[in-house]
Design a protein around this ligand. Sequence first.
Ligand SMILES: NC(=O)c1ccc[n+]([C@@H]2O[C@H](COP(=O)([O-])OP(=O)(O)OC[C@H]3O[C@@H](n4cnc5c(N)ncnc54)[C@H](OP(=O)(O)O)[C@@H]3O)[C@@H](O)[C@H]2O)c1
Length: 273
Amino acid sequence: MMKHYTLPNNDRIPVLGFGTWNIGGGMSPDYSQDERGVAAIRAALETGYRHIDTAEMYASGHTEALVARAIRESGIPRQQLFLTTKVWHTHLRYDDVLRAAEGSLRRLETDYIDLYLIHWPGSVPLAETFRALNRLHAQGVVRHLGVSNFDLNLLKRSQALCHSPIVTNQVPYSLHHREYARNGVLAYCRENGILLTAYTPVEKGRVAHDPLVQEIARKHNATPVQIALAWLVQQPGVIAIPMSQNPRHIEENFRAAAIELDEEDMERLEGAA
Ligand SMILES: NC(=O)c1ccc[n+]([C@@H]2O[C@H](COP(=O)([O-])OP(=O)(O)OC[C@H]3O[C@@H](n4cnc5c(N)ncnc54)[C@H](OP(=O)(O)O)[C@@H]3O)[C@@H](O)[C@H]2O)c1
């Protein structure tokens, strides 16, 4: 079983999740990509991924539907999976949050969401959004709540408004993108038992061009992308959600969670930014 964190109610969140942005389309659906998208998600499930990251915004909901289809076809029982989805920033009014969650549940063909995130901060008062999110949590429709792209101030306000622990802040974080380490969010998350979910963790494959990463990869008989992922998930309180539609990359990324970097590797990579 993949390394994981145990959440307050004993649910487990694997340190690597499978990202789904661009599967089945970008901002809008591209139905010509359905078979390719479902094949990628099925490959991820067959490889062993049990944590999937999606959002109502991805392909205007179509990605969630493809996730559901891939799960259905895989035959893996729902309770073995950890599904994250997100409410878009135009749906942060009380009624809109409830409606958005209903839509995600319907498209995901499930009666609960493991982790529901505010995708981006919006213009609606956070207290109103959290009234709806707290209700979904109290009803058990959503098992955990979190946020995404939140700075320190918004994260602290979310903690104060959320009736359950904020489980994660999902932000860009990778070898060459350290904004959320510099702005204090990473340290605050660690001190407060909030996981930092690193998105765009392999920089769309570009981390592979870094000579230091290449050198450490050779030492571990691994690929540079694997080293980039291992560096992330070996840090306390950090998990990552790489996306790929290439079965070889999907397996390569999954195996990164088992790589053990030593202290010197970790320190050298820390300095790679
Ligand atoms: N909360 C937010 O606002 C937010 C924003 C962005 C992303 N996300 C989430 O985070 C996930 C990951 O981020 P991302 O998709 O932006 O970036 P990413 O995972 O860093 O990069 C994905 C790209 O990298 C390539 N890639 C993946 N593994 C590779 C490997 N082993 N070797 C070479 N190339 C590889 C993939 O191409 P191939 O298909 O050819 O492998 C794909 O084009 C998203 O899918 C989404 O779920 C969330």
